[in-house]
Design a protein around this ligand. Structure first.
Ligand SMILES: *Cc1c(COP(=O)(O)O)cnc(C)c1O
Length: 399
């Protein structure tokens, strides 16, 4: 077989043929024959695009018309993401946070009501409580475990139900099919921040979600050196999402887009390694003194495990532990004793990170927890070294 499948074209969105996930990651988005046979697409730096004559210019009747509206580089990544998500279209924006704010601006108007999971990524809450509030949009937070019970909260003015599963920091699993059915029955669309699972381990659109959101900064980028977001919509929601994207001018730089397409090629093998190491460490942590609980959806002990098992096909590299008592002093002692884990925000890169979780913004999903909640991102380092590092942290927290 020819290595690039280009006799049949690359694996593009909408392809009928079923390929394995790593084959898709290796070949989606770019047909080498479209650019002189080079394996990778060109990085197109562009504002102006020239037209051949005045008539074409007036009608804008050509594929590319201006840098903000798309280039071969952004098309390559968008098409690869569409293939993974099963979406009708994908926009690429400069950060994961923009991947949250742009669709909210696209689908909400003054007087509307939005339901947001209480365990949402904190900057999403800040956007809703400040900018959406100023625009006359009312945000209401709901229990992440509400499931189909969300029907009771849906009003005629509810336009969007915003989900994130697993939850940021505490990893509650939402019943996405039940929430989607209830939202649609009430006339609302469903958005999901799917950053934790990536489309490799959960495909939101197959479970009733209308708009799937990713911080591509995390696993697609994979190296803690780039910020990017993607938003993918089904057929019904794509025109409105695309229109808002063009109207806002919120486009990403070509080098960053290229970096994420590059990261995508190895995301499958990286995620497998993150998954394996993380499960090993999470299971081991369940037996360690000083640890009250391990918050990881793939552990049988985790309350949302059954729904996770029903809907997800894998788990990634971030979870939390709850210390058995103590407060900020113990949490800081744990963090300060770590030598391999870095103390920093974000995750999804090759290196391990730890952070003391803040839950003070929550009104519903706030515990009680037995002690400090510490979030661990397990990188690609050797598991034995990471366990030794965590042991140092746990010993320091006990003193
Ligand atoms: C990191 C993250 C974001 C934001 O991504 P940035 O690229 O850092 O802006 C959004 N949602 C979730 C769940 C995240 O973890």
């Amino acid at each position: 077989m020819h290595p690039y499948l280009h006799r049949n074209g690359a694996i593009m969105a909408g392809s009928k043929q079923r390929f394995g996930i790593n084959t898709q990651l290796a070949h989606s988005g770019h047909n080498p024959r479209d650019y002189h046979g080079f394996v990778n697409p060109p990085v197109v730096h562009a504002s102006t695009v020239l037209f051949p004559d005045a008539r074409t210019m007036a009608s804008r009747n050509q594929k590319y018309t201006y840098g903000t509206r798309g280039t071969p580089t952004t098309d390559a990544l968008a098409s690869a993401i569409d293939q993974l998500e099963g979406s009708a279209g994908t926009i690429i924006v400069p950060s994961g946070l923009a991947a949250v704010t742009v669709p909210l601006l696209a689908f909400l108007s003054a007087g509307d009501h939005i339901l947001i999971t209480d365990s949402v990524y904190n900057p999403t809450r800040r956007f809703a409580d400040t900018m959406l509030a100023r625009l006359g949009i009312e945000a209401q937070y709901y229990d992440p475990l509400i499931g189909g019970g969300i029907s009771a909260l849906i009003r005629p003015s509810t336009k969007v139900v915003f989900t994130e599963s697993p939850a940021s920091n505490t990893f509650e699993i939402q019943d996405i099919p039940a929430i989607s059915a209830a939202a649609h029955a009430g006339g609302a669309i469903v958005m999901m921040d799917n950053t934790w699972a990536t489309p490799l381990y959960f495909k939101p659109l197959e479970f009733g979600v209308d708009v799937s959101i990713h911080a591509a900064t995390k696993y697609p980028g994979g190296h803690s050196d780039v910020l990017l977001g993607t938003v993918s919509a089904n057929q019904a929601c794509w025109p409105r999402l695309h229109e808002a994207f063009l109207t806002l001018g919120c486009c990403a730089g070509p080098d960053d887009v290229y970096q994420v397409l590059r990261g995508l090629r190895t995301m499958g093998v990286r995620l497998e390694h993150h998954q394996k190491s993380t499960l090993d460490i999470a299971r081991w942590l369940e037996t360690q003194p000083g640890v009250a609980r391990v918050l990881h959806p793939a552990l049988e002990s985790f309350p949302g495990h059954d729904i996770w098992k029903r809907d997800f096909s894998g788990s990634s590299g971030i979870f939390s532990i709850v210390l058995d008592g103590g407060g900020e002093r113990q949490a800081h002692a744990f963090l300060d004793a770590l030598q391999i884990f870095g103390l920093g925000y974000s995750w999804g890169g090759y290196e391990s990170l730890a952070v003391n979780v803040f839950l003070g913004d929550r009104t519903i999903a706030k515990g009680p927890y037995e002690g400090p909640v510490l979030r661990l991102q397990i990188g690609l380092e050797d598991v034995e070294d990471l366990k030794a590092d965590i042991s140092r942290g746990l010993a320091a927290a006990r003193i």
